[in-house]
Design a protein around this ligand. Structure first.
Ligand SMILES: [Zn+2]
Length: 324
């Protein structure tokens, strides 16, 4: 294994299972993606992961002997460094499963397994928008909200490995946005894909009382149909309800980032995830809310940036669990 120079990143998601071969410079040389693992037992999912790893290696013109390590992303809580899964709401099964150990035994390659948002944070820090920015906070805003923290070049994991769960910070103590954790007013419960239908329903009521148009684009009043793509299209069309939703999300996200600033005083906050495909004014409004709240307490300008890796964040982040 002395000449092994590639790292392999495996993204075990709720719907997508991807493996990629990464060179020391952060280029993805081969990649295999499948979508048929959901609902299968743990061992069957492992077999598919193994198949994708071999397919990605073959595409890169390499074999297992060329790989120095495999990093696996898990969509939930997982013990570090043991790699035993704790909880996930995205993948059936996988409770208390020794993911790291079982994968290593199958492949015969050293393996590490970590939470997906943690590894994506590392990816942005090593190869993306966070390069050289330390301490770094990464926040991903899509269906839910996750994140990670890099301090002195390393992920800060906390006592049991669950640090950086920014989605469960309570940003509205009187809010009724229900979170997956059961609490109300969590950032994830008021400003993520999960919160879209309820927020739209509530704001539509307000617009109606004000005599404004309460409908979604195309006169649709089925709020459960609202997703990131429809929200972005509605904003482009100056739909009042969509703009009201985005304004509210931006304010909560800005409050969340302000809290992060106060606790960690990071050099930069990098934002990623599907909802960041919303118009620039969403990003700008969130950043200016954060800076406005901090006011003169922000002595040096906190950089707030969009992630640079997009769809590559997961594979590069998983691979980054092993030093290049
Ligand atoms: Zn929560």
């Amino acid at each position: 294994m002395g000449k092994a120079r590639y790292r392999i990143g495996v993204d075990l998601g709720g719907t997508k299972l991807a493996a990629g071969v990464v060179d020391p410079e952060g280029n993805i040389l081969g990649e295999a993606v499948t979508y048929d693992h959901r609902g299968l037992g743990e061992e069957a999912v492992l077999a598919l992961m193994e198949r994708n790893v071999d397919a990605a290696l073959a595409q890169a013109g390499a074999g297992r002997a060329d790989a120095k390590g495999v990093g696996v992303l898990f969509p939930g809580h997982i013990r570090w460094p043991e790699g035993v899964t704790l909880t996930t709401s995205n993948l059936p099964g996988f409770k208390g499963f020794p993911l790291r150990e079982r994968m290593e035994a199958r492949l015969g390659i050293p393996c590490l397994a970590d939470n997906d948002a943690n590894a994506q944070t590392l990816g942005e820090y090593r190869y993306g928008a966070g390069r050289g920015l330390d301490p770094l906070v990464f926040l991903t805003v899509s269906t839910g909200i996750g994140g990670g923290i890099v301090i002195d070049g390393k992920l800060y994991r906390g006592f049991t490995g669950t640090a950086g769960e920014f989605g469960h910070m309570i940003v509205d103590a009187s809010g009724d946005g229900r979170c997956t954790c059961g609490n109300s007013g969590c950032l994830m419960g008021v400003a993520s894909g999960l919160a879209l239908p309820e927020t739209a329903r509530r704001l539509a009521g307000r617009l109606e009382r004000e005599g404004a148009c309460p409908d979604l684009p195309g006169g649709c009043s089925d709020f459960s149909a609202l997703d990131g793509a429809l929200l972005a299209a509605g904003c482009a069309d100056e739909n009042e309800l969509c703009r009201a939703v985005v304004d509210e999300f931006a304010r909560y996200l800005g409050i969340g980032m302000y809290n992060v600033f106060q606790v960690l005083n990071p050099r930069a906050i990098v934002l990623g995830g599907g909802l960041l495909n919303l118009p620039d004014y969403f990003f700008d409004a969130a950043a200016s809310t954060c800076r406005g709240l901090a006011g003169p307490m922000m002595y040096d300008r906190l950089e707030i940036k969009r992630g640079a890796l997009g769809g590559r964040a997961a594979i590069l982040g998983a691979a980054a669990l092993f030093e290049a």
